[in-house]
Ligand binder design. Sequence first.
Ligand code: ADP
Ligand code: MG
Length: 256
Amino acid sequence: MAKIFCVANQKGGVGKTTTAVNLAAGLAQHNQRVLLADLDPQGNATMGAGINKATLEGSIYEVLLGMSDIRSVRKTSEAGKFDVLPANRELAGAEVEMVELEQREARLKNAFAQVADDYDFILIDCPPALSMLTLNGLCSAHGVIIPMQCEYYALEGLSDLVNTIKKVHAKLNPELKVIGLLRVMFDPRMTLSQQVSDQLEQHFGDKVFKTVIPRNVRLAEAPSYGVPGVNFDPNSKGAQAYIAFGAEMVDRIKTL
Ligand code: ADP
Ligand code: MG
């Protein structure tokens, strides 16, 4: 049975998609069976995995609305060696259209139940909002991975996310917990990065992942080739960090 994780942070541009795509690829390097679910209408995770969002026959949108079976919509990322539940801008409409549906926060959870035996991990790339789409992600997951940049405003907004997670835990999904904070785009030459990083460790203890993802241009270049950074330049520091993060997650789920 797959363990299911949201990559979430309601801020945009903090490295959610980069983390979701490269953790999927990193886990695949450790022989884990992975499904990457793209829950952002921007479809960046879909494109980053090498799947053309413009020519999809079906997407996560149809799955959420009950118009298609998850099995018929999933695709395989040849570059990354994992499966993808793709998204495109159609998904933006789901938010409104789901209002009328029964159990609207549990649509994704119910879909995942059909394929949970096919995977070790299901990773969800969440949109930059605490919306009905993100709520569907949180209701389906065992835990949340929160990518953060070590900058002055890093902690701003974190309490809103943590409070939302607590509410979902209390009312909708008792399994949900914060798995950890992941330091991303880390620049060791900046004193501030090191200070914020130290503060995170002091406040959150072992909720801070040991792996630190460095700022690395190869990770930023990879999406335009439709290849995860891990596969685009496997020896780069960014790729190596996400492969190490995959190993940390394989280890972490043993205690879940
Ligand atoms: P989000 O999904 O939270 O909006 P992205 O993963 O799309 O964030 O990242 C935002 C931008 O930062 C993208 O251009 C991405 O390529 C870049 N980026 C993310 N992580 C790194 C990294 N570790 N090193 C360099 N660039 C990165
Ligand atoms: Mg994104």
